[in-house]
Write a new protein. Structure first.
Length: 333
């Protein structure tokens, strides 16, 4: 980065030096020579300021990328550093031209209040982004889920907004102020590995010891063969419910990161279903028995007014078990 900056400064310094030497050698008036020197000085200050801004911003980016606790691709730090260096260079140029910067700073201080009132949302997003990065709750590369439903990998945190890339590869832009106020789950902190739960169930006539043994064998197979699984994670099978049609249990698996869980669940369910069929273990479908009692069905009376005004507002029907076979005319009142 320093070499690249010197490559930018050196040619302009040579041009400014040659122009200054030519101005000194030519029979120019004192006023013209003074103006030429001022222009060349301003030009060199501008070139040095731009080069310094590039170098310092590059150093900040390098430091943030080399440290795991700082946002590697967060452009907010780089942008703030670049703006500060350019502002200092601008003030130096004004001082070189003989313009007093004290009144300017005073005017900026007074006008800053009006600007702050006019840019409340922008400043809120700026300081919210700095707070998020300083608190180290969210960093680029983390997989987060907001209470409003948005979820995905954090791509960047800049001065105004946070960019999230969801699993369908679309970008979701969220203002920093909204991100700082919402409830959020970070699936990669304090560590990237996750534990996922897969619900299953078997018939009541199953041998639960055999079910547990077969399930653990399938888990061990998936953990060693599927990319994204954690082989050293200790799996577990826990029976927990006497359901309506089956005994429910939970299988606990370990995954490397959030997006790996879909592939691991997919392979685990396929292999477990195939193995259960080979072992004769039934996974029953939900069933429900409905008992119908034969007898009188009474429909409640519905009133729209007084009973004398609506005598036929409701009715009672007496139904035998099989009306077609008793040979009796049934009266409906």
């Amino acid at each position: 980065m320093i070499v690249a900056a010197l490559r930018t400064v050196a040619p302009w310094a040579a041009i400014a030096g040659g122009a200054a030497g030519a101005a000194a050698a030519l029979p120019l008036t004192r006023t013209v020579q003074h103006n030429v020197n001022q222009v060349l000085t301003v030009l060199m200050i501008f070139v040095v300021t731009v080069s310094a801004a590039r170098v310092i911003a590059g150093l900040v980016r390098t430091v943030t990328m080399s440290r795991s606790g700082v946002a590697g691709s967060a452009t907010i730090f780089v942008n703030i550093t670049r703006v500060l260096v350019l502002a200092i260079g601008f003030l130096v140029v004004l001082q070189t031209l003989g313009i007093s910067i004290a009144p300017l700073l005073t005017a900026l201080g007074v006008g800053g209040l009006a600007v702050a009132l006019a840019l409340q949302d922008t400043l809120a997003n700026l300081f919210a982004g700095i707070h998020i990065l300083a608190a180290k709750t969210v960093q680029p590369g983390d997989y987060i889920q907001l209470s409003s439903g948005e979820e995905g990998y954090v791509e960047d945190i800049n001065w105004r907004q946070t960019t999230i890339r969801d699993l369908s590869n679309n970008l979701v832009v969220i203002p920093n102020g909204q991100l700082a106020k919402t409830n959020m789950t970070n699936f990669m902190r304090p560590e990237q590995k996750l534990t996922i739960l897969v619900q299953a169930g078997v018939a009541y006539d199953s041998d639960l010891e055999h079910v547990e043994k077969v399930t653990m064998e399938v888990v061990a197979e998936v953990m060693t063969e599927i990319t994204g699984a954690v082989p050293d994670h200790e799996p577990a099978v826990r029976f927990h419910t006497f359901g309506d049609s089956r005994i429910g249990f939970t299988v606990i698996l370990g995954v490397g990161e959030f997006s790996d869980q879909y592939r691991i669940k997919h392979e685990f369910i396929k292999r477990l279903h195939k193995r259960y069929r080979a072992e004769g273990i039934r996974i029953p479908a939900p069933a429900r028995t409905v008992a119908l009692q034969q007898g009188a069905v009474v429909l409640p009376q519905q009133r729209t007014g007084a009973a004398d005004d609506a005598p036929h507002a409701g009715f009672t029907r007496n139904l035998p078990a099989d009306p077609s076979r008793d040979g009796v005319d049934h009266e409906i009142s």
